[in-house]
Design a protein around this ligand. Structure first.
Ligand SMILES: Cc1cc2nc3c(=O)[nH]c(=O)nc-3n(C[C@H](O)[C@H](O)[C@H](O)COP(=O)(O)O)c2cc1C
Length: 376
């Protein structure tokens, strides 16, 4: 079931970056450059929605990750995705983890879902090359980035290529390198946000589900530090909406503290939830599934995290009600069809995104659009 992948998991990240997208997305990109075909896309737009103040045709998209550059984001729009997040960039060039970067993941539970608490305890999960439905995968890229000299002009192209009703959302994260203290780390976020503003972006997403102080400590596990970073970034970007991307957070207290100290202070306008759930991946002989040190654990996404994603959105919506705050929620995790889109919307998400589901089904946006606006 990996025949028509626009991000081809059987090729290296570099090859995907240089030659992708493939399959249906490549065809769509080709059509963008043929004006008579582009008109067809216009007829299909529904219009009427707003997202963080921007007019959009709809509120379904692809989150940070598989859209590596402007060719991918432009193709995503042409395939009917309304929101396209440009893969997370950094203040400096950053290498990708060695190939392979994606494996199929097979949780043991009968419903194929991964319990975040069980994954946290370090219970092993089988990972191999057998991609089956319902599909769960692991992605282990290490959040690579081009140098700003390269990604800035490309991000500018991506923004310009977004037509009416499309929204290009740049994603970024800080880079903790040796010798940096907390002040430097905060500054690194601010500097990267400034580089994004220079591309003409009207909003941006900051990934807080990245390692901080050790491999299994994520930045979002420290709500006070996230709050300090958001305040500094917001000072830099002014009125442009700031979205923060969260991992699954187990503690209600930590989540509420995060929300109060960010959205409650006006520094954050939306939360994207969730990023992947870290699990210990093994092959069929119980050995580490991904080669190399530091890759005993890797992020799981797709069907396995659907339950956790819905739960995070539900808890964020409850905090929004209880604290009488005004922010948007972008529901992410295991979306593979219209029912999942509806489920996230029912829990309180304004927008919904799919990475794994969209990678294996380039027509997903069309299916969701047809479901929301059935033809008479
Ligand atoms: C190939 C791939 C690369 C990803 N890279 C990033 C990234 O650079 N930044 C980020 O915030 N999330 C990244 N993610 C996580 C997704 O944005 C998303 O949160 C996660 O995959 C859950 O959604 P899904 O179940 O629809 O895949 C990546 C996911 C995939 C599949």
């Amino acid at each position: 079931m990996d025949g028509d992948l626009w991000y081809d998991v059987n090729r290296s990240y570099e090859e995907n970056y240089e030659r992708g997208p493939f399959g249906a997305f490549a065809d769509a990109l080709h059509r963008v450059h043929a004006p008579e075909e582009a008109d067809v896309r216009k007829d299909e737009t529904c219009g009427g929605e707003r997202f963080l103040g921007f007019p959009v045709d709809g509120v379904f998209g692809i989150p940070a990750g598989p859209l590596l550059n402007s060719r991918f984001t432009t193709a995503a729009f042409a395939m009917g995705f309304d929101l396209a997040v440009y893969k997370t960039v950094r203040s400096r060039a950053w290498a990708c983890n060695p190939f392979p970067n994606v494996l199929a993941v097979h949780p043991r539970s009968s419903d194929g879902l991964l319990d975040p608490a069980v994954a946290e305890r370090g219970e092993s999960v089988l990972a191999d090359r057998h991609y089956e439905r319902p599909l769960s995968i692991s992605n282990s890229f290490g959040v690579p980035s081009r140098d700003p000299d390269q990604w800035q002009p490309d991000m500018r192209r991506a923004i310009h290529a977004a037509g009416p009703g499309h929204l290009l959302i740049p994603s970024f994260q800080g880079s903790r390198v040796e010798g940096m203290d907390t002040r430097d780390y905060v500054d690194d976020h601010v500097r990267t946000a400034r580089l994004i503003v220079e591309t003409g972006a009207g909003l941006m997403e900051m990934n807080t589900s990245c390692p901080n102080e050790g491999r299994n400590r994520l930045l979002c596990h420290d709500p006070h530090l996230v709050a300090a970073i958001c305040e500094a970034v917001k000072n830099e970007i002014g009125d442009r909406p700031l979205i923060i991307k969260l991992a699954y957070l187990d503690s209600d207290d930590a989540l509420e503290t995060m929300v109060r100290e960010t959205a409650g202070r006006g520094t954050v306008q939306a939360f994207s939830a969730i990023n992947t759930i870290s699990a210990r991946l093994v092959d069929d002989r119980g050995r580490q599934a991904l080669p190399g040190s530091g890759r005993e654990r890797s992020g799981v996404c797709g069907h396995a995290i659907r339950g956790a994603g819905l739960k995070m959105v539900r808890r964020l919506a409850a905090i929004r009600r209880r604290c009488e705050l005004d922010f948007d929620i972008i529901g992410i995790g295991g979306v593979t069809g219209p029912d999942d889109f509806d489920a996230y919307r029912r829990e309180g998400a304004h927008a919904v995104m799919s990475a794994t589901g969209a990678m294996w089904n380039p027509g997903l946006a069309g299916e969701i659009r047809a479901h929301m606006h059935p033809r008479p």
